[in-house]
Design a protein around this ligand. Structure first.
Ligand code: GLU
Ligand code: ZN
Length: 294
């Protein structure tokens, strides 16, 4: 099911594992401009589903930074930490279709008995075939199949996976009770009626899993556009793990212009003489998704 003809609703969905860094700024700028250039809505969703990784203070740091950079979001910010009931409901639907099963395998057991897929070990299906006994805590996995999942990314073009070969049965809820990003993102994109997902290309290989869940849950599939990932001089993705430097709102204008360059846009040099509001005026008028490098 496609969402053709509906009015544009996009989102930016940072995980509050640290302050906003330049890589996330590029994703924010790309998703914002793509939405605003089409008179769309742009929503902010805080992906704090994994509360163990949430850094105290990061949420307000991120929101303050976004404000300082001149982003204006529509509607109230959604927090995944408050959405457990919706995720549980979705999991129950999948359970009624006999698509999920409990798994007690340890990380090590899986690593030892698996072949590598596109995103780590392909779960060999141990607990699918031999349901675990006893009361040990367990994760919940979804049963995938060997159909091709294909979608047309607006930048990357056609991308496909066979989940049974490339990913394996994946986790929807971990043994510690935390819902997986894949499930939470799909449920929330549907709840927020997101028509266009614009995010970093590091999530390209998650998209077939998300489409699979959308189909199983009878949700529409949005359009996808995966933006280039910003790397440091060592070629590593900028992230909290590689100690990316947080961005300073004092440098907002020059960082925004730099972000536009990363997105293949051609801002005139004079933009640097203006301010953040003249920057956004130019950027919203001149955004061209087709210029974003693949
Ligand atoms: N929370 C994810 C991140 O910060 C983004 C998820 C998404 O856009 O689907 O990398
Ligand atoms: Zn298992």
């Amino acid at each position: 099911m496609r969402l053709a003809g509906q009015s544009y609703r996009g989102r930016f969905a940072p995980s509050p594992t640290g302050p906003l860094h330049f890589g996330s700024l590029v994703a924010a700028v790309g998703s914002y401009l793509d939405a605003k250039s089409q008179n769309g809505k742009w929503l902010v969703r805080i992906e704090d589903v994994d509360w163990q990784r949430t850094v105290p203070g990061a949420v307000s740091e991120i929101l303050t930074a976004l404000e300082g950079f001149g982003f204006e979001w529509d509607e109230e910010v959604v927090y995944q930490s408050q959405r457990a009931e919706a995720y549980l409901n979705a999991m129950n639907v999948l359970e009624q279709c006999s698509l999920v099963y409990p798994c007690t395998c340890s990380r090590k057991e899986i690593a030892d008995s698996s072949i590598r897929g596109v995103n780590g070990p392909v779960y060999p299906g141990t607990c699918r075939n031999h349901p675990p006994q006893g009361k040990k805590s367990y994760a919940i996995r979804i049963r995938v199949n060997d159909e091709i999942i294909l979608f047309q990314d607006r930048i990357k073009g056609k991308y496909s996976q066979i989940l049974s070969r490339d990913i394996g049965d994946f986790v929807l809820r971990r043994a510690d009770g935390i819902f997986a990003y894949q499930l939470a993102a799909v449920v929330d994109d549907a709840m927020q009626h997101i028509t266009h997902v614009v995010r970093g290309a590091d999530l390209l290989d998650s998209t077939p899993r998300q489409i699979f869940l959308q189909q199983a849950l009878d949700y529409p599939t949005p359009e996808y556009m995966h933006l280039p990932v910003v790397t440091n001089l060592q070629g590593e993705k900028l992230s909290k793990q590689t100690n990316a430097i947080p961005i300073d709102v004092k440098d907002a204008l020059s960082l925004l212009v730099k972000a536009l360059h990363c997105l293949g846009q051609r801002p005139p040099a004079e933009l640097l003489q203006g301010d953040v509001s003249s920057f956004w005026q130019w950027a919203k008028r001149n955004w061209q998704a087709a210029l974003v490098p693949g």
